[in-house]
Design a protein around this ligand. Structure first.
Ligand SMILES: *Cc1c(COP(=O)(O)O)cnc(C)c1O
Length: 396
């Protein structure tokens, strides 16, 4: 059997390569941060990490993690409900609730798991899930695992959402689900309007804050801060793998009865290991830092404004953004790969995205700005983009 199957796989792989769409991984041999070294020995500036607050190599988090290694050991060797619940995991859940102004929080080993485990226990075939068309793959997969009736609305399109809500009137309970920030464009979901429509059509709201937490809102509390909806949205999900230190871990936070039922029935929680104590300890330290100061969020916001305005002034076609994601539109898939490769030679590490990650003919380079970037580093990136942009005739 495998011989035939192997030939099939080889052809699939060579087709991907022929189309110029093969994804290669570059190997980083330093900690994750603004200036990294890749295994070719080359030093590059990193503009493609989700390290929005520059916390991936933060000394305070490292110290907190090391201390937990010494006092709580390495791993929990258990799911939460058997013997995987330590004081640190409990404390981290409390910190997350405080940060978002929610009632209770449940941890997962990733946000992929949080989203995978949120729908099936809460909604059945009598219910409706109304989902933004550009929601993250983990939301799509989570919805697939659940028997609720599915409705989809075009990205951020409130007219379409209203249409779907009208159709969903016949179901028992309704929930509207959206990413807080859409990772390929950097736009923020209009959660204020979504919430208003939810009130009008008797629905609940869930926001995945993975790319918005730590970034959006004056103090980085996410979309509910931006739209003054703290404590109102029923369900928030998020990751510890982006702004919040970048290790691993995800969470669902919101109404306490929802969280309580998830602890009873959410499969990735019941059947997957607890996050390690060191990750919980670093998370606690991170939330403590954020409750004391807003410095990193302020730096991120000023860095992003600076970068986007300079890139626009240079003549690049930038998608409107309200986050730390800056999509440099190139439209052509091969061009996006070529430009990213040339930028790497210039010492700027960015990634070009193309179909099926983004719609056909909307290829782009996604730049992710961080509080960890210095002004000189931003300037170097802008200069490299301008040079290569001219070379490849993206700029006139
Ligand atoms: C990154 C991301 C996830 C996955 O988070 P992990 O913790 O890495 O699994 C889920 N949802 C959204 C919107 C994301 O951007």
């Amino acid at each position: 059997m495998y011989k035939n199957y192997q030939a099939y796989l080889k052809k699939e792989l060579s087709d991907i390569k022929k189309a110029g769409l093969y994804k290669n991984e570059s190997v980083i041999v330093t900690p994750q941060r603004a200036a990294i070294k890749i295994d070719s020995g080359k030093e590059v500036l990193n503009f493609c990490a989700n390290n929005y607050l520059g916390l991936s190599d933060n000394p305070r988090l490292i110290k907190a993690a090391k201390k937990a290694l010494d006092t709580r050991g390495y791993g929990m060797s258990s799911v939460r409900f058997i013997c995987g619940t330590g004081d640190l995991q409990k404390e981290l859940e409390k910190k997350i609730s405080e940060f978002f102004g929610t009632e209770d929080t449940i941890l997962y080993t990733s946000c992929f798991d949080a989203n995978g485990g949120v729908f099936e226990p809460l909604f059945g075939e009598q219910d409706a899930i109304i989902s933004d068309a550009l929601n993250h793959a983990s939301i799509i997969d989570g919805v697939r695992l659940c028997k609720a009736v599915r409705y989809r609305y075009a990205n951020g399109d409130m007219k379409d959402l209203e249409e779907q809500l009208k159709k969903a009137k016949k179901q028992r309970y309704r929930i509207i689900v959206t990413d807080g920030v859409f990772s390929m464009d950097g736009n923020v979901a209009p959660v204020d309007k979504i919430y208003a429509l939810a009130q009008k059509y008797d629905a609940m709201v869930m926001v995945d804050e993975s790319h918005s937490a730590g970034v959006v809102g004056k103090t980085g509390r996410g979309t509910t801060e931006l739209y003054k909806l703290r404590g109102k949205v029923e369900i928030l999900t998020g990751t510890l793998g982006k702004s919040f230190g970048g290790a691993v871990g995800g969470f669902t936070t919101g109404k306490k009865e929802i969280i309580a039922l998830l602890r009873q029935r959410s499969r990735p929680y019941l059947f997957s290991n607890s996050i390690p104590p060191m990750v919980a300890a670093a998370g606690i330290e991170m939330f403590n830092m954020m409750s004391r100061t807003n410095k990193l969020q302020d730096k991120l916001h000023s860095n992003t404004e600076y970068f986007v305005s300079k890139m626009k002034a240079a003549g690049f076609d930038i998608k409107p953004t309200q986050s730390a994601i800056c999509a440099v539109m190139l439209y052509d898939a091969r061009l996006s790969q070529k430009m990213a490769a040339k930028l790497l030679q210039e010492g700027i590490y960015v990634v070009g995205f193309y179909y099926p990650v983004v719609p056909k003919d909307l290829a782009r380079i996604r730049v992710q700005v961080s509080a960890g970037h210095s002004k000189a580093q931003l300037d170097k990136a802008i200069a490299a983009f301008t040079k290569i942009g001219r070379e490849l005739k993206v700029l006139k």
